[in-house]
Design a protein around this ligand. Structure first.
Ligand SMILES: C[S@@+](CC[C@H](N)C(=O)[O-])C[C@H]1O[C@@H](n2cnc3c(N)ncnc32)[C@H](O)[C@@H]1O
Length: 289
């Protein structure tokens, strides 16, 4: 995947295959992690996907949902969900954030999960059944073509998925379309801060598992603003250390010590917030008809 020249459809094939296998691993009782720097036998120490949820949250979901967890943040902890809200999780995987959201919004609210990988959807359905939650629905589809109507969702969450998409503008545009006016975008994703040379960036992104590449922080803000969002903010929730990626980088023929200055602190898990303006805020006197 060096060089980042995969077409959008090829990206999807690679992602589907990779996460299909991860779902099957989770079902056999293994942790599903397939991205990040941990070697196969060292998944407990994966610095990207491990220790994202507190003990209270872990107790709210079936073990299978925890094993299938492949995020890089904890969007429901930060999204300030309220009773009665409708939440959509883009790339919901085994469903952990959908189940947590469903509990936050309660029986008068609804939590949708959207994923394109059949094996992940099967794991998510099993987790829904085990959790006994009725305000949950998993949809099959692509985050670039969200199968929900305009203005129908209060909060969009996502956990380490937008970096996998080969068409991030389209994803953000779709998120804006389905959000109600005043709706919130509350997403965890890998983000790159500052200038990192292309070759190193590609290797670090492979290590983190970002199939189509992480956005730079300014790029992310610009894309959200272009789609129409306001109140945009990116907060670092985890900063990846070059030391964690040492073995992987060595395998790529790169010397972590030599790269440290350029890379240390550049790769983060970010919590990205933005709001879809209300009609009153986004319209001039003549455009609200
Ligand atoms: C890194 S995993 C994250 C799963 C989940 N959010 C979590 O925190 O455990 C990525 C998930 O997104 C799904 N996915 C990736 N690209 C997608 C796309 N373009 N459309 C729909 N689902 C996608 C994959 O099938 C996979 O289940």
């Amino acid at each position: 995947m060096k060089g980042r020249v995969m077409g959008t459809e090829h990206v999807k094939e690679v992602v589907r295959e990779k996460y299909g296998q991860a779902a099957l691993r989770a079902k056999t009782g293994a942790a599903s992690s397939c991205c990040g720097g941990a070697a196969a036998g060292d998944l407990c120490c994966d610095p990207i996907t491990s220790s994202l949820y507190d003990a209270g949250q872990e107790g709210e979901v079936p073990d299978l949902a925890l094993r299938a967890s492949l995020g890089c943040g904890n969007p429901t902890a930060l999204a300030e969900l309220k009773q009665g809200e409708t939440v959509l999780d883009l790339g919901s995987g085994g469903g952990i954030d959908v189940l947590l959201s469903a509990r936050r919004v309660g029986p008068t609210g609804k939590a949708y999960g959207l994923d394109m990988t059949d094996e992940m959807l099967a794991v998510a359905e099993e987790n829904k059944r085990k959790s006994g939650l009725e305000n949950v629905e998993f949809l099959k589809g692509e985050i670039e073509h969200i199968p929900l109507p305009d203005n129908s969702v209060d909060v969009i969450i996502s956990n380490c998925v937008i970096n996998l998409s080969g068409d991030k503008d389209r994803v953000i545009k779709e998120a804006f379309r389905v959000l109600k006016p005043g709706g919130r975008f509350a997403v965890s994703d890998v983000v790159v801060r500052g200038d990192v040379p292309a070759e190193i960036r590609t290797s670090m992104e492979l290590w983190v598992g970002c199939v189509a590449g992480a956005l730079g922080d300014y790029e992310y803000v610009a894309k959200l603003a272009k789609a129409g969002f306001d109140s945009i903010d990116i907060e670092a929730t985890r900063v990846y250390s070059i030391a964690d990626a040492r073995t992987f980088l060595a395998g790529e023929g790169l010397d972590a010590d030599a790269l440290a200055k350029q890379v240390e602190g550049a790769f983060i898990s970010g919590f990205i917030r933005a709001t879809k303006p209300t009609a009153a805020a986004c319209c001039g006197p003549s455009c609200c008809n």
